[in-house]
Design a protein around this ligand. Structure first.
Ligand code: C2E
Ligand code: CA
Ligand code: CA
Ligand code: CA
Length: 397
């Protein structure tokens, strides 16, 4: 859905047509019209910064009126799926309000007279303009992400995870990268939030799972040769979101990938952040239980930042807690952060799960964490996220 141009006088759609998208007006002006008894009346006009054509998308009924360009227009189509995805994620009361408003508008439509002659949309307030610009940017981002998926612009990098007591390589975390031909290497923080807002995250995670199946087997194979600096049973963890667990069959996708590749389920670990887990603990529980029953490990990511209720946590089949980087970074300078790390490590021990400290940038943190009994560590001190070829070399070293 690239922006489209519509010359002055052209009709975009007629009353009664099936709606496939709404439109944002980047520039120009349109008139909304109906034909009755051989005459035509203009119901309203929309200009730059406004949306039209959303009604038929929201209630899935035919277009209630036609639209014609009154000036040359540049329009950004917003697909039905894009709108319905957001609606599905919206507050249920808000959704009801919207549905009620639309139903009422449809009822009053037959009585609507022509628009006041010469009416023009009022200029947008700066705040509304900023909202509009952000919306247009989000749609452009979404287009770019769809293209990235279609053209295979993603890559999975692997960051080493090390047994702190021995210094031996224990596994890797898979971290996604986007090679955008226009912007270069884009970090996940710059596109995962947009992927979540648009629902594209589900397709991205499916890609991640497929890519794990492609790049991981040679690495596990290399570990089996048991070089001195590498543990024989390496694992690879990868990140999933609450939306993935709620909206797609993650256990099924993983199961199919395991069968296809012969990867042992115990060699894989799901990472899910504490904050997303707490958004919908019950929704995540079933999928996590299935993955755990299949033999995968379950790691709670960014632990300590998500306000977990321990009762919710204890109901989930967790095997690993990952201590958030924020505490690790501050622990040498701040006694408080050191005590938080200690508390998380003790909690992990109490409930019988492994702990991984992330964001270890120096030897001093690595040694302090080892002394505190933290089993595993990850961070630039041991290695940055790297392409599969480099990870393979590390596993064979
Ligand atoms: P995360 O899961 O907490 O991943 C750890 C992040 O910390 C990674 O950033 C990693 O490169 C970075 N990191 C590791 N060690 C150090 C260190 O010593 N110092 C510093 N400063 N940073 C370190 P990255 O790769 O940019 O990923 C950021 C976040 O994006 C991840 O946080 C994760 O939440 C998300 N993400 C990455 N890949 C995926 C993916 O495939 N799927 C999903 N859903 N999310 C992903
Ligand atoms: Ca992670
Ligand atoms: Ca993390
Ligand atoms: Ca994080």
């Amino acid at each position: 859905s690239e922006p489209v141009t519509l010359p002055a006088g052209a009709v975009l759609f007629e009353e009664g047509a099936i709606g496939h998208c709404a439109y944002l007006i980047l520039s120009g002006r349109i008139a909304i019209f109906r034909r009755r008894d051989g005459g035509e009346s203009v119901l309203g006009r929309r200009g730059a910064g406004e949306l039209f054509g959303e009604m038929a998308i929201l209630d899935a009924l035919p277009r209630s009126a036609g639209v014609r360009a009154e000036e040359d227009c540049v329009l950004v189509p917003v697909g039905a799926a894009q709108i319905r995805q957001r609606l599905a994620g919206a507050d249920p009361i808000l959704r009801l309000c919207l549905e009620g408003l639309i139903a009422r508008f449809r009822e009053t439509l037959p009585r609507l007279g022509p628009a006041v002659a010469g009416s023009r949309p009022a200029a947008l307030s700066p705040a509304a303009r900023a909202d509009f610009d952000a919306t247009v940017a989000a749609l452009a981002q979404e287009r770019a992400l769809r293209r990235a998926l279609a053209q295979d612009e993603f890559a999975l990098f692997l960051q080493p995870i090390v047994r702190l007591a021995t210094g031996r390589l224990a596994g890797f975390e898979a971290l996604i990268r986007w090679h955008d031909p226009e912007r270069g290497l884009v970090p996940p923080a710059a596109f995962i939030p947009a992927a979540e807002a648009s629902g594209l995250i589900v397709a991205i995670t499916a890609w991640v799972i497929g890519e794990i199946g492609r790049i991981v087997p040679p690495i596990l194979q290399a570990g089996l040769q048991a070089p001195a600096s590498v543990e024989a049973s390496l694992f690879v963890s990868f990140n999933v979101t609450a939306q993935d667990l709620a909206r797609s069959d993650i256990p099924g996708l993983i199961d199919a990938m395991l069968r296809r590749t012969g990867i042992a389920p115990g060699a894989l670990k799901l990472e899910i952040t504490e904050s997303t887990l707490m958004q919908d603990p019950a929704g995540a529980a079933a999928a996590l239980a299935r993955c755990r029953a299949a033999g995968l490990g379950i790691a709670v990511d960014d632990f300590g930042t998500g306000y977990s209720s321990l009762s919710h946590l204890s109901a989930l089949p967790i095997t690993t807690l990952k201590v958030d980087r924020a505490f690790v970074r501050a622990m040498l300078a701040e006694p408080r952060d050191r005590r938080i790390v200690q508390t998380i490590l003790r909690l992990a021990e109490e409930i019988g799960v492994a702990a991984v400290a992330e964001g270890i940038e120096g030897r001093a943190e690595a040694e302090a964490l080892a002394a505190m009994g933290c089993a595993l560590g990850q961070g630039y001190h041991f290695g940055r996220p790297m392409p599969q070829a480099d990870a393979l070399a590390a596993a064979a070293a």
